[in-house]
Write a protein that binds this ligand. Sequence first.
Ligand SMILES: Nc1ncnc2c1ncn2[C@@H]1O[C@H](COP(=O)(O)OP(=O)(O)OP(=O)(O)O)[C@@H](O)[C@H]1O
Length: 261
Amino acid sequence: MSNTALLTVSGLGKRFGGLQAVADVDLEVRAGEILGVIGPNGAGKSTTFSMISGALPCSTGTLHFDGKPLQGLPTHAMAARGIMRTFQHNKPFASMSVRENVMVGMHTRLTGSLWQVLAGTRGAAKAERDAAQRADELVDFVGLGEWRNADVGTLSFGQGRLLEIARGLASEPRLMLFDEPAAGLTPAECDRLSDIIRQISQRGIAVLLIEHDMRFLMALANRVVVLNFGRKIAQGTPAEVQADEAVVAAYLGDVGALADA
Ligand SMILES: Nc1ncnc2c1ncn2[C@@H]1O[C@H](COP(=O)(O)OP(=O)(O)OP(=O)(O)O)[C@@H](O)[C@H]1O
């Protein structure tokens, strides 16, 4: 893990009418680390995530990736810069196989060769073979090797989530944003997902993880940022934030969540 910030968020804020949903949030995600963001219900996690991923404009604040401003970039431009968001808008192409779906995820890296493929020019066959091989590696990495030729419509909910990760990795991101990835998964699927996210970070990809499931997040994150009523109230290692008085107080209404972690 490095100490250099890849994503820097400063003074981030969002106002919805009279409600200050997020106020003055600073955070940074470093190369190769897993940064978790937690907070009780309504703390502003989803709103923060949406602003970072570009789905929602910020009312205040700045976002920089690798030192360059991020605001106003469309999703495809963010992907081209190396930022990949999972689980909200990336619906799979239902009539395609698992492998084909992952190949589609490569388009930000394959622009030239993909056009060759479509146009049937020289080099096309090799480009397609390489893309299929890379897709197979990613499908194996997320544990869907047996289903590589299956129609994505036949995948379970949990498998669909693994496919999303393989598709996200296909664009060779430097930062992956995960929005509540454990939601709706069985305990066994959560364990598998946890392993995969850990391995992604070990490959040097930075991870920003917003998660309701405290046990899942605390076991995985290198550092944790805690939000409450839209403000950052603590940050540190999982052990540090679990021992932090402001964090304990924020979770008083939800003692089980912190005690379980
Ligand atoms: N589009 C919106 N319009 C108005 N208010 C909103 C909107 N989105 C969120 N809010 C409000 O902003 C606050 C923060 O919501 P947000 O969904 O970001 O919190 P959260 O931490 O993700 O909560 P949860 O854990 O319950 O999902 C809440 O009071 C919520 O009601």
